[in-house]
Design a protein around this ligand. Structure first.
Ligand code: HEC
Ligand code: HEC
Length: 315
């Protein structure tokens, strides 16, 4: 919950005026009573549910889209090269505000992206998550799979204005860490807060009916993924993890554990340019990527030590 800046400013003005009045001697009128500090909830859009989509081909596509987000490894098996599903990052079947919900993305495409220096349609944007986050070979533009994902996003977005980012898009911004982020401290945060679900080696696990997705290694997202950058991972983790205790980590802990996770081996960047150094220069030359750096004596992204990119990785 946030106090609206307008109200907060108003309260400040009234308090200031009140103090000034107190300092004055007699006849001034009594200070106005302070307004109740109204707490204003951010208005977050509530998308319709795929189950309520109409009967017929359109509703069928919407429901298929939801199923692909939930069960990507079976519903779009040919395009997935790891053990993740879209829903593992786009939580609640791509509907959760603050977990890059698909309804918030849809009205903002086509969009220019620096990542590929091109105008991206919604389907092109989804292809990139297949390529990097899912470590797979993306479905073709206009394929039944991408049409269904787009139909699902469009259905959920009904009524939102075009070309505006609604509240809840992406991940909530995270403040800069008080101390520079540190993977060593992050290892402790991980052991205490994450390993029980995601496994000591980050490989994920199946416990009863629950599937805890892998955070690193051959079956996780590859080096090209947004989640492989420490700033994006920190923002996601702070708002969405540990599952059931969201927002319980401090800002520092979220950055540190993100640095720890993103200092591990994972599948090669599909944009590999023949050498780790060239790939770092082209795609990772910033403080938030550990690709190409030595961590604990191992060079991250080294083809000799990294699982290869793509569906053949692992298993
Ligand atoms: C490992 C985590 C992960 C997985 C798995 C994943 N994504 Fe993403 N996705 C991200 C991140 C991170 C972003 C960028 C969010 C941002 O920049 O704020 C993103 C962004 C998107 C966007 C654009 C959102 C926006 O608001 O612009 C779409 C669309 C999308 N993903 C679709 C998919 C689809 C479809 C799948 C499954 C095929 C998928 N993603 C799987 C992490 C993931
Ligand atoms: C109670 C179990 C639990 C705990 C504890 C937990 N997670 Fe998760 N995490 C999950 C589940 C389940 C998902 C997938 C959510 C879904 O599919 O709805 C997930 C998804 C993720 C993802 C995105 C998917 C992927 O595999 O990359 C990341 C990153 C992540 N968790 C990081 C963390 C970190 C860091 C911590 C500790 C601070 C943590 N989690 C603690 C259960 C947990």
């Amino acid at each position: 919950m946030k106090v609206s800046p307008i109200l907060a400013g108003g309260i400040g003005v009234v308090i200031g005026a009140g103090l000034a009045l107190l300092a004055r001697p007699t006849t001034a009128p009594p200070p106005m009573p302070l307004p109740e500090p109204a707490l204003v909830e951010a208005q977050v859009f509530a998308p319709p549910r795929a189950a309520d989509a109409p009967a017929g081909p359109w509703g069928d596509a919407v429901r298929l889209g939801e199923r692909i987000i939930m069960e990507t490894g079976t519903a779009a098996a040919a395009h997935v090269g790891n053990d993740l599903a879209c829903r593992n990052c786009h939580l609640d079947a791509g509907s959760k505000a603050g977990a890059a919900p698909l309804w918030a993305a849809f009205p903002n495409f086509p969009a220019y992206r620096t990542k590929n220096d091109a105008i991206n349609s919604f389907q092109k944007r989804a292809q990139d998550c297949f390529l990097y986050s899912m470590n797979g070979v993306p479905p073709a533009l206009g394929s039944d799979t991408l049409n269904a994902i787009e139909a699902y996003a469009a259905y959920m977005a009904k009524g939102l204005p075009l070309g505006e980012s609604p509240a809840g898009r992406s991940f909530p911004a995270i403040e800069a860490p008080p101390l520079p982020f540190d993977a060593g401290r992050g290892a402790e945060v991980y052991a205490e807060n994450c390993a029980a679900c995601h496994g000591e080696e980050g490989a994920g696990q199946v416990l009863g009916d629950m599937v805890y997705p892998p955070l690193w290694g051959a079956r996780s997202y590859n080096w090209g993924a947004g989640m492989a950058t420490i700033n994006k991972a920190a923002a996601f983790i702070r708002a969405n993890m540990p599952q059931g205790m969201e927002n319980s980590l401090s800002v520092q802990q979220a950055w540190d554990v993100a640095a720890f996770i993103d200092s591990q081996h994972r599948p090669q960047d599909p944009r590999f340019k023949g050498s780790v150094a060239a790939t770092r220069k082209a795609h990772h030359d910033n403080e938030f990527s550990r690709y190409g750096l030595e961590v604990a004596g191992r060079k991250l992204g080294d083809p000799d030590q990294s699982p290869p990119f793509g569906a053949s990785a692992g298993r």
